[in-house]
Design a protein around this ligand. Sequence first.
Ligand SMILES: [Zn+2]
Length: 111
Amino acid sequence: MKFCIDCGKAIEDAVVACPHCGASQVEAAQPVAEPVVEPDPVIVEVQPTGYQGSANPEDTGSVLWAVLGALIPIVGLVLYLVWKDSKPLSAKRAGMGAIIGFCLGVAGMVL
Ligand SMILES: [Zn+2]
């Protein structure tokens, strides 16, 4: 048996809230969560001429893959999955194209 920290009435030890006044019986102060300051997302999309973002010389990141992915989304998706490790740039292009093509396809069906 203990007493409510708020109204002082006798309550069971196990209760977490006073049945009389409803006050929480958890005395431990809740740690105040410090506000997490999220850094501004750095957009690293700008690729100057001659930028080598991939160790694979075949990873050209060609826009053609985006076009192909847009025309045939499933191909773009497959290319993305196949290339995402070896050719991240090209995979990104194909994946983006696939998403765009998929969206256009859905829009085309809806309209
Ligand atoms: Zn109480």
